[in-house]
Design a binder for this molecule. Structure first.
Ligand code: FES
Length: 103
């Protein structure tokens, strides 16, 4: 079984926004939309930009560099210039903490 990794406090993720967290050598982006938390890699698949510096609109994160977009629920690239999807991670909330299956 893939272990669950404690990544952040639930309240460290701002509502309707994105924040970056570095855990076990990975750069991760956590999003909170309508009270639910989603997690993806934080580095854009198109270039060297961090999505935590981008703009979250509903379930869509817009990259700050060339305005590519991803669906934060599954990491799917939703518009040009994105050609590769973002990795997303299963999320579990327990005791006010956010756990991810990093794999
Ligand atoms: Fe993200 Fe180009 S680096 S869209």
């Amino acid at each position: 079984d893939t272990p669950w990794t404690d990544v952040a406090g639930e309240d460290e993720v701002p509502a309707e926004d994105v924040a970056g967290f570095q855990v076990e050598g990975r750069d991760l982006a956590l999003y909170k939309v309508d009270g639910s938390i989603f997690a993806t890699d934080n580095t854009c698949t198109h270039g060297h930009a961090r999505l935590c510096d981008g703009f979250l609109d509903g379930y869509e994160i817009e990259c700050p560099l060339h305005q590519g977009k991803f669906d934060v629920r599954d990491g799917r690239g939703t518009c040009a210039p994105i050609t590769a999807d973002l990795r997303s991670y299963p999320v579990r909330i327990e005791g006010g903490r956010v756990f991810l299956q990093l794999g």
